[in-house]
Design a binder for this molecule. Structure first.
Ligand SMILES: Nc1ncnc2c1ncn2[C@@H]1O[C@H](COP(=O)(O)OP(=O)(O)O)[C@@H](O)[C@H]1O
Ligand SMILES: Cc1ncc(COP(=O)(O)O)c(N)n1
Length: 270
């Protein structure tokens, strides 16, 4: 049996909708063996983030070493990295172990407004991590922060995507969840051609962890050897199903449904 492996380097969400919990659920659903290196523990639920507790840097490094020395991985996904020290340590480890297929979700702010990345860490993201990325998956505010340009039109999105490639990413998916259009358009750019991934905008408040889930689905598909374009298309199908069939739990921004995509493929009704 071939076992495909994926490592998430991200924060813990006690509420289970975002962070490493969302990542590991997504890996599992897509048939990939999930591993994790925790950057921080958050006390969090559908109402917001109540606390952020960074893991000591040495503890984070040892978690990645533990995987690098023994199990190895077919893909790495990064989420909440919190500080420039963490970004530098993670970039060093990725280079040391020659980890392939890096999906960088440049998490900055939680849906409720809590800061998950310190402002001064954006510089480290640009100089250390983005140049290693196979694909980077910013939402519009994150892309604006990294490129220092306002993004309003499709042309703006394309220019920002080109800038992210110039910084060193191999490809970009600029996510359209934060726009106000009828359809959600995620723009994929591999440095050569643009591909618009369009789906109807679902009217829902249950969007906690959408970015984490989407980037993990892409990472899982890359681990299985799918091409970048296939991985991004399948990732979009995974998150679309997860948003379309929310679990309806929690009083605030509830989690997405990580079972929905595979249940849809298997024709299962919950
Ligand atoms: N209301 C929605 N309807 C359909 N798809 C959505 C919706 N909101 C987000 N998505 C999808 O979820 C993924 C994450 O998008 P986005 O919300 O922009 O990222 P983030 O969670 O990082 O802020 C994207 O693939 C986007 O297309
Ligand atoms: C630990 C952690 N990591 C990431 C997010 C971002 O979530 P989203 O995917 O909704 O942007 C979060 N709320 N908590």
């Amino acid at each position: 049996m071939t076992v495909y492996k994926a490592l998430t380097i991200a924060g813990s969400d006690s509420g289970g909708g975002a962070g490493i919990q969302a990542d590991l659920k997504t890996f599992q659903e897509l048939g990939v063996y999930g591993m994790s290196a925790l950057t921080a523990v958050t006390a969090q639920n559908t109402l917001g983030v109540q606390g952020v507790y960074p893991i000591p840097l040495q503890g984070l490094k040892e978690q990645i070493d533990a995987i690098g020395h023994d199990l190895g991985t077919d893909t790495v996904k990064t989420g909440m990295l919190h500080s420039s020290e963490v970004i530098e340590a993670v970039s060093d480890k990725i280079r040391t172990y020659h980890f392939q297929n890096l999906v960088v979700d440049p998490v900055m702010v939680a849906k409720g407004g809590a800061k998950l990345l310190q402002d001064e860490a954006v510089e480290a993201l640009i100089s250390k991590l983005i140049p290693l990325a196979t694909v980077i998956t910013p939402n519009i505010p994150e892309a604006e922060m990294i490129t220092q340009r306002k993004i309003n039109t499709l042309e703006d999105k394309k220019e920002a995507a080109k800038q992210l490639i110039d910084i060193g990413a191999q490809s970009v998916v600029m996510k359209g969840g934060h726009e106000e259009t009828n359809d959600v358009v995620d723009l994929f750019f591999d440095g050569y051609a643009f591909l618009e991934l369009t789906s109807p905008r679902i009217q829902t408040r249950h969007t906690h962890g959408t970015g984490c889930t989407f980037s993990s689905a892409i990472a899982a598909e890359l681990a299985k050897g799918k091409s970048l374009t296939e991985a991004v298309k399948n990732g979009k199908a995974f998150i679309r199903a997860a948003i379309e069939h929310p679990l309806g739990i929690g009083a605030g921004h509830g989690p997405t449904n990580h079972w929905a995509y595979m249940e849809q493929l298997r024709g299962v009704k919950r």
